[in-house]
Design a protein. Structure first.
Length: 279
């Protein structure tokens, strides 16, 4: 009986590993195909002779796209980074206030934050367009940053609130007894202990702004501000579409988020589960 169990256990492990590899392969296949197309000549697509391996790989698509989209990548980096900073500056104090001060309608407010996340971006974009037109924020970096932050702040508040709730409340009470103000307790105690939550929230807000297309298209009516999402869109024409350029630009646009996610993956895991223990 024991020999049979020893045989069945490795078999189950190998089966689970094989299933996991298949799932990962399916998930990563679009990324592979995107890279594969970007390294092949345009004639291969037109003649339906696209190969599964780009041999020999052609880098001319990347050279051309990098020259054309370097400014768009820089614009996206500036907007996404600034949006993440704005979201944290607003969300961190708000999350602290929701935890420390016993608000009467706290549950309703948290529910409203969840509902905001469900509102389609096109509805928010249409509402903001009318406001931006009167305020003179169309075709400005500030307008696009505020629009992206409007979707990132509620998410960041929910993440940071869940993380701060998991911290011992006695830390805040001890700081207040020692003479610190709430702002002092927040900046000197809560913020250093909430590093994982801050990094997680900041990364997700960065990704929201980096991948934004609708706000950039709606708020930039004159084409003065062109993030990388709009830069990729310009390769799509009514009669001619440069798929090689689209795929090369998409690969280049994927590099900054991938680097950030790889650099902060352990903080993201800790930040997402930070509020799962105590509520």
């Amino acid at each position: 009986m024991s020999r049979r169990l020893l045989f069945v256990t490795p078999l189950r492990d190998w089966t689970r590993t094989a299933i996991g590899c298949v799932i990962v392969a399916i998930i990563l296949f679009p990324l592979y195909w995107m890279t594969n197309v970007s390294l092949q000549p345009r004639a291969a697509l037109l003649a339906t002779e696209l190969r599964f391996l780009p041999i020999p790989p052609l880098t001319e698509n990347y050279v051309r796209v990098l020259g054309e989209q370097a400014g768009s990548i820089g614009t996206s980096l500036f907007i996404a980074t600034t949006t993440a900073i704005v979201c944290l500056l607003i969300a961190a104090p708000a999350a602290y206030a929701l935890v420390v001060f016993r608000l009467r309608w706290l549950t309703l407010f948290v529910l409203l934050l969840l509902i905001v996340q469900m509102i389609p971006h096109v509805v928010v974009a249409n509402a903001l367009y009318a406001i931006y037109a009167r305020a003179g924020l169309l075709n400005t970096h500030l307008g696009l940053i505020l629009a992206d932050a409007s979707m990132g702040v509620p998410f960041a508040i929910l993440i940071l609130r869940a993380f701060i709730v998991s911290l011992p409340r006695s830390l805040i009470e001890a700081a207040l007894v020692d003479g610190a103000t709430h702002w002092g307790a927040f900046t000197r105690i809560i913020l250093p202990l909430s590093r994982n939550g801050l990094i997680t929230s900041g990364l997700f807000c960065f990704l929201f702004a980096w991948s934004d297309f609708l706000f950039a298209l709606t708020m930039g009516t004159q084409g003065k501000i062109v993030p990388i999402t709009l830069g990729i869109y310009k390769y799509i024409g009514n009669e001619n579409t440069s798929w090689n350029s689209i795929m090369a630009a998409a690969v280049l646009a994927s590099i900054p988020p991938i680097v950030l996610l790889l650099a902060g993956q352990r903080y993201i895991t800790a930040g997402l589960v930070g509020g799962a223990v105590k509520e």
